[in-house]
Design a binder for this molecule. Structure first.
Ligand code: FAD
Ligand code: N01
Length: 531
């Protein structure tokens, strides 16, 4: 077995992992990165299905740490496509010479803490062993795909693709009968594109979702120049904001507005596009009355677009307040159901009975398919970690420690697992904020922590159980005051059978979270046992 000894092992070469490697090297630490994919990119390497784009504007959804990088990369559209985001990440890797730190096509399978040596012993499926003072798990919160457990799946004789691991060579579906299972953000992006290519598209929908058009556009030179000039202020407000982007809610109180005033505001925010509609009013995901204004407005838009009222009925979400599952950002999603060559199957009324070699048999019908696309989501926030066999010095295993739900201190440290930190994970704003900035903020904070250990001669740093419990209670308390806890969302762990229920990300806001992390640092890291 090949053995290596380094200061830091980073797992994952997405936005967070690349920045971790960059910072570790800048601090003069030896670093090895391990990535299952053959290339950098993380989310943007794997999710290369047609139609994939970001839903946070590219001007914001990009690194802020290097002014020159920010100015030299020219985004071509408001919401970049997956190929453009992947090109950007590759550019960053090349520009900062980061690839040389990474071992690609290598999966971390096991990590054990050697207490005597204060080293993580990290093993991979390539038979290598890495010993590291610190283990940074930049494994992603939406990186462990969920394959649905549907009877007969193995028997299907046609082509099967998952949006979360789409083939590098885009499959040609022209002239084919395609079925898509799943109508979350991924399904809603891929469906209009597949509909335009396939001979016939059948959409198997279990739960309808709210989706708002992206109103995407090219960024022309004039807009780009203006954006560059405004960048410092844009970033400043993003770092000070609730979601790591410069957008804020309307300042007015919708409860005291007239119907007409309220509709004007809702229309204005609708036109901003996508997830920004979820921010129309400050208390939209807290006060059910305010939520209802937005929900009703969205329902009207669906009914306006979809010509067949029965199909529109099936497409209107009724099972969750708007915004308590991520609002999808689409380009022509609802319009797709006006096509003659598209069929919607409402699985709530007509559930899947079995997948057969020739297609899908539902209770009430048979759907012959050549291609089956699974847009069925992820074991979000915890799946990438619990799929690694991680054992701390006192025999704690991560999968057991988190069987009742993830417990973290400040969303990064886990009691029982010294010198190990997770990025963009449970207990942090992560998926509710601009995740590029979240990654930068957390890595910068962890670099300070490691320096603190080195300066004070500590070889081990471990979150205190009481500090993690207090943080967990705070995360729960903030969530419990919102409507989010009433939705069967992946935020709640509800999409994976047997997974503990509880709101996993931190809803207190991106800037507030950063301030709380800084406070913990300024108080001498009292939430940690340092030894
Ligand atoms: P990832 O990009 O997920 O990278 C994690 C990497 O770790 C992966 O490459 C994976 O292969 C690797 N890995 C995991 N486990 C192991 C292991 N055991 N061994 C080796 N390697 C491992 N967020 C936004 O803020 N805005 C958006 O617009 C947005 N759009 C999205 C669109 C899609 C289709 C999806 C799925 C997510 C989107 N997200 C968005 C969330 C997105 O995941 C994050 O923004 C961001 O890309 C996460 O970066 P990361 O580095 O934390 O993790
Ligand atoms: O996954 P999802 P996703 N039978 O979990 C259905 C980010 N993202 O990949 O709701 C039938 O949201 C499931 O149905 P139900 C974003 O944060 C962003 O789409 O469980 N159906 C649901 O419809 C997003 O929230 C973008 O009833 C089954 C779907 O599959 C997150 O990633 C683009 C089923 C899964 O939806 C995850 O999105 C893409 C079964 N057995 C992703 N199992 C942007 O736009 C599951 N489903 C930036």
């Amino acid at each position: 077995m090949t053995r290596f000894d380094v200061d830091v092992v980073v797992v994952g070469a997405g936005f967070a992992g690349l920045y971790s490697a960059y910072k570790a090297r800048t601090e003069g630490w030896s670093v090895v990165g391990i990535e299952a994919a053959p290339e950098v990119g993380g989310t943007w390497f794997w999710n290369r299905y047609p139609g994939a784009r970001c839903d946070v504007e590219s001007l914001d959804y990009s690194y802020s740490f290097d002014e020159e990088l920010q100015r030299e990369w020219r985004w071509s559209e408001r919401y970049a496509t997956q190929p453009e985001i992947l090109s950007y990440i590759k550019h960053v890797a090349d520009r900062f010479d980061l690839r040389r730190h990474f071992r690609f096509e290598t999966r971390v399978t096991q990590a054990r803490f050697d207490d005597d040596a204060s080293r993580w012993v990290v093993r991979t499926d390539a038979g290598q062993e890495y010993r590291a003072r610190f283990l940074l798990l930049a494994t992603g919160s939406l990186s462990a795909p969920k394959v649905p457990d549907i009877a007969g799946f193995e028997d299907f004789a046609g082509e099967v693709y998952m949006t979360s691991s789409w083939p590098q060579t885009d499959p040609d579906v022209s002239g084919k009968r395609v079925g898509v299972i799943g109508t979350g953000s991924s399904g809603i992006q891929v469906i209009p594109v597949l509909a335009a290519q396939a001979e016939h598209l059948t959409v198997f929908q279990r739960s309808p979702n709210f989706s708002v058009p992206a109103f995407n556009r090219e960024l022309d030179d004039e807009e780009w120049e203006q954006a560059l000039a405004a960048y410092p202020e844009r970033r400043r407000t993003s770092w000070a904001g609730g979601a790591g982007s410069p957008h804020t809610s309307h300042p007015g109180d919708p409860l005291t507005m007239t119907d007409e005033e309220r509709r004007e505001v809702l229309e204005e925010f609708w036109q901003r596009g996508g997830v920004l509609f979820g921010k129309t009013f400050a208390n939209q995901t807290i006060d059910p009355r305010i939520n209802e204004f937005a929900r009703q407005f969205a329902e009207e838009r669906i009914r306006e677009i979809v010509q067949d009222p029965a199909v529109a009925d099936d497409l209107v979400p009724t099972d969750h307040p708007i915004g308590t599952k991520r609002i999808c950002t689409d380009s022509g999603y609802f319009e797709t159901f006006n096509r003659d060559d598209v069929t919607l199957v409402n699985l709530r009324k007509d559930p899947i009975d079995t997948i057969t070699p020739w297609g899908i048999k539902t209770d009430q019908g048979s759907h012959e398919l050549d291609v089956l696309v699974l847009a069925t989501g992820f074991d979000a926030m915890t799946g990438a970690l619990t799929r690694i066999d991680i054992e701390g010095p006192r025999g704690h295993r991560i999968a057991d420690a988190w069987s009742g739900g993830p417990l973290t201190y400040l969303g990064m440290a886990i009691p029982g697992f010294p010198n190990m930190f997770s990025l963009s994970g449970a207990g942090s704003p992560s998926v509710l904020a601009n995740m590029v900035l979240t990654g930068e903020q957390q890595v910068n904070w962890l670099v300070d922590l490691i320096h603190h250990c080195d300066e004070h001669g500590h070889t081990q740093v471990e979150a205190r159980l009481d500090a993690a419990e207090a943080w967990g209670s705070h995360v729960d308390e903030v969530a419990s005051k919102t409507l989010f806890v009433g939705a069967n969302s992946w935020y709640m762990g509800a999409n994976v059978e047997g997974k503990a229920r509880g709101f996993m990300p931190y809803l207190g806001g991106f800037a507030t979270y950063g301030a709380l992390c800084d406070e913990a640092r300024d108080e001498g890291y009292a939430g940690f046992v340092l030894g």
